[in-house]
Design a protein around this ligand. Sequence first.
Ligand code: SF4
Ligand code: SF4
Length: 336
Amino acid sequence: METTSKTIRKHSLEKLYASLAENRKMYAPVAEADNRIGYKYNPDFSEVIFDHIQSTLSVKNVVFPRVENVIFYTNNKNDSTVTDVDLNKIPEVVLWGAHPCDTAAYDVLRSIFCWDTKDEFFAKRLEKLVVIGLACHKSDAHCFCTSVGLSPDSTKGSDILLVPLTNGDYKAEILTEKGNRILTDFSGLFEPYQDEETKLTHVEQQFDHKQVTQHLKEAFENPFWVENSLRCIGCGACAYVCPTCACFDIQDEAKGKNGKRYRSWDSCGFGLFTLHTSGHNPREVQSQRWRQRILHKFSYMPERNASLGCVGCGRCSRACPVDMNIAEQLQALQSI
Ligand code: SF4
Ligand code: SF4
């Protein structure tokens, strides 16, 4: 679809938010304790923030919840009954104010969850989601979107992208049919865009991701992995804050005859992740797990999914308790 550019005045945003909230759940960023930023369902518009750099957790939980029931079952003496989760109960959600790295991550997740067979849980949540992105006018030293082919105003994954203008209003880029429906339904809130000046941050490019991918082909046995992961404690925080990490575990939980099967986020940084029941572990030390994380995102995914597995949000570096900095490591990997 051809992109349409409109202007939405600052005072009209609240009306748009309220109108959308009438029959959908809103998921928007708010300030939390200890200077943290988090997303919350149905916050009042007065709580919603527009000037954050990055939320602590990403917004992948909207399409890939931390814990998600897959089936329910009952075991009787001679038979079992299985009940599917009713996917029609998944609500319509508007993701409001997510930055371009987070919205682009939905494309990455789609390339994983809909790669060979379509994951119906993920696909249904994505179908019910409208994404109103917010371009970035602030960044910090951990942001590296421009090194992975994105930018502070990348439109990937958004249905509408709001771009801040220097006069305090917003340019609204209408990008998809879902976005177009909102434009049609609330046309009175949008005005013609008059080439007003946008207010965007600058994110310096730190490495060339294509070169990294190329170098990784020969890097499997390189001492780089041991040297650069000795301090990694395998806590998994990097995967839990990451908008593109998609590994999950499946568990059964039963009480008496009744039980449920659910999936929950997991991390390749955990020693248990690859531990076989025999006791053998093909990734027995942390350097092999760190190597897997980087190779998966920057070598295996470009090859298999035609997509990088990283959007340069920098969350893993901000969250790491021992200061492992992924952008620095990728910069170094570019020339090993
Ligand atoms: S957050 Fe840091 S210490 Fe924890 S697993 Fe990731 S790289 Fe290792
Ligand atoms: S690997 Fe790190 S920088 Fe890349 S998308 Fe995940 S959290 Fe963001």
